[in-house]
Design a protein. Structure first.
Length: 610
């Protein structure tokens, strides 16, 4: 389509120039030009029509930053490196625009230096049930303590990362935003809250910040951040937004006959991908919804499987394929229920969403999926094309990598427990875990990417003692750790605490641990099988039984790694470590807490919990 004087705001000469230029531009050049014009006009990206329902609206909300104020501090708090990666890319872009940038993890930043900061940008994720990520805890606690200074000279903005399926969506970012305002700070731009597909709202926020910080600087310097730039990954063309289709080499059940658990060991080929990972990283895998659930949903809603619907950037797809591969249908969130109530105002959903019924809403959403919603509230007669617009994209699942790239070149292994349970009279399935257990065979290909995690890495000094605590599938990264140490010849002591239900059927990777014990790669192994004794025994109990030795290892500078369930296990292990420091080290509870905080800051206490 050519520009004409009649269909554009340009005069004849301008239209002719643009018509000659635009067809010659590459995609990257068009993206660059779009970003340049966006920043030049102090505008921001508009959310796309296919964006998630919770699109953000970032606005400048304070006075412009003076031209002389060219120093910017960028702090990140990140559990899985998403906030860290965004912060690094944004800091680099700011430096290219002439700003002097201080980039730091919150755990490495001296809180007292905050009084001297003029422009502060915070990029932070929310972990678990509304908690700060581990490398943000100390800074978060300082800022919310009586020691926090007045910050009346501070200008700030917050980019919050989260997952809308959790109740406390983006809570850590919201807390930082509110607290900095309470301390006297003034917002550069309003906070942006990002769901799991974060690139577009993150680019929007960054461009708004650049526009505000850049006022008073030469216009030619005001070049924006593009969404494409946030999706790129050094070293490989395959990323979270462009996954690699990895061939399944092996898919084995690790549990013995008679176990009521099913844990799959899955080996995937990365040959030809140029994807690189280290022990401690995770594998992202895009799953498919259970075909049976998709078919029941279509039938209950009165839709037709082949009806074409929009599926984001995939364009138009048959409804069944879109629900199978593109949309999330197993998780109910408050924003989804609110929009469903808008589609069916007479359904009764508005009453469930009414003020004062928050506990009832939470209980309903926790145990149900989209099929329940359609059946319980009679959501029939709504056109499929309208309904899918309120659904969010099916997010990837992250699994701790259980292989060392040194031991298995061009391969990646994961350890996945199949989730099956009954609720509300129906069988329920873990979306990805049951797909892997029941519908993926060797030779099949699955879309994957590498999720780097700089917060869960072996010590640089290979002689540092290592204590690993990982019950169940939480043991996965420690198989990678020991495989790496065997290949590299690391000589430091290693100690593994492992637990599960039964020794005879649930001792994952038993042969490998025993071989590593024999060869000296693993120095000590303590196990807890909770259903083999009258009294349930877990890894934290074994830690307390070995309290004296464990304390001595800590005194020798051992690094502690914890992987697995965040709600119970990780808290119980943390409490056990605190008790050991109090009993064996003679520390008060406050001193023990400070000891563990210092270990975290020194990267001697690292957790990969979920």
């Amino acid at each position: 389509m050519e520009l004409q004087v009649t269909n554009s705001p340009f005069n004849q000469e301008q239209a002719e120039l643009l018509n000659r230029l635009l067809p010659t531009l590459s995609e990257s050049q068009r993206l660059w030009l779009s970003g340049y014009l966006t920043a030049l006009g102090a505008a921001v990206f508009a959310p796309s029509a296919a964006a998630a329902p919770a699109a953000v609206n970032v606005q400048a909300v304070s006075a412009p930053v003076s031209a002389a104020s060219k120093e910017v501090t960028v702090l990140f708090g990140s559990q899985t490196d998403n906030a860290r990666g965004l912060a690094k890319k944004f800091a680099k872009r700011l430096e290219e625009l002439g700003f002097k940038v201080v980039l730091s993890a919150m755990s490495d930043f001296k809180p007292n230096a905050l009084k001297k900061v003029e422009n502060l940008l915070i990029l932070v994720s929310t972990h678990g049930e509304g908690e700060p990520p581990d490398n943000a805890i100390s800074f978060y606690e300082f800022l919310h303590s009586k020691r926090a200074p007045e910050l009346t000279s501070l200008r700030y903005s917050v980019l919050a990362l989260g997952d809308m399926s959790y109740e406390f969506y983006c809570k850590t970012g919201k807390d930082f935003d509110k607290r900095l305002e309470e301390l006297g700070g003034k917002r550069i731009v309003s906070r942006a809250d990002c769901d799991v597909d974060f690139e577009e709202p993150a680019a929007e926020w960054m461009n708004a910040v650049i526009a505000s910080l850049g006022e008073g600087t030469p216009a030619e310097a005001s070049v924006s951040v593009s969404v494409a730039a946030l999706k790129t990954e050094a070293g490989s063309e395959y990323t979270r937004s462009n996954p690699f289709y990895a061939e399944v080499l092996e898919n084995l059940n690790l549990n013995g006959r008679g176990s009521d658990r099913e844990t799959r060991h899955i080996e995937l080929s990365l040959e030809g991908s140029n994807l690189k990972y280290e022990p401690g990283d995770s594998l992202g895998l895009y799953p498919e919804n259970h075909p049976g659930l998709v078919d029941e949903l279509i039938q209950a809603a009165g839709w037709k499987p082949e009806e074409p619907v929009t599926a984001g950037k995939s364009g138009e797809l048959p409804l069944r394929e879109a629900l199978l591969r593109h949309y999330e249908i197993t998780v109910l969130t408050k924003p989804l229920l609110e929009q469903a109530a808008g589609l069916a105002p007479e359904s009764g959903l508005k009453e469930l969403l009414a003020p004062g019924r928050e506990q009832e809403l939470r209980a309903y959403a926790e145990d149900r999926d989209l099929l329940d919603l359609v059946q319980d509230y009679g959501l029939t007669g709504i056109p499929a094309g309208d309904f899918v617009k309120i659904l969010r994209k099916l997010p990837a699942r992250l699994y701790s990598i259980s292989s060392s790239p040194e031991a298995y070149p061009d391969e990646v292994h994961i350890t996945v427990r199949a989730v099956r349970y009954e609720s509300q009279g129906r069988n329920r399935y873990g979306v990805c875990s049951v797909q892997l257990a029941e519908r993926i065979q060797p030779g099949d290909k699955v879309p994957v990417y590498i999720q780097h995690n700089s917060n869960f890495k072996l010590p640089e000094n290979r002689e540092t003692p290592v204590i690993m605590i990982g019950p169940g599938t939480g043991v996965a990264p420690f198989r990678a750790f020991l495989g790496e140490r065997e290949e590299t010849g690391a000589e430091g002591k290693t100690w593994l605490f492992y637990g599960d239900q039964h020794f005879s059927t649930d001792f994952l990777y038993q042969v490998e641990w025993q071989r590593w014990l024999k060869d000296g790669v693993l120095t000590r192994l303590d196990v807890a099988f909770s259903r083999d004794t009258d009294k349930k025994v877990y890894v934290q109990h074994r830690m307390l039984e070995k309290a004296r030795d464990l304390y001595l290892w800590l005194q020798e500078g051992a690094a502690v790694y914890v992987c697995g369930d965040e709600k119970r296990m990780a808290h119980d292990v943390h409490t056990a470590l605190t008790t050991i420091l109090e009993q064996e080290g003679g520390l008060s509870s406050e001193e023990a807490a400070e000891y563990l905080t210092l270990m975290q800051q020194q990267k001697r206490y690292q957790r990969d919990v979920y």
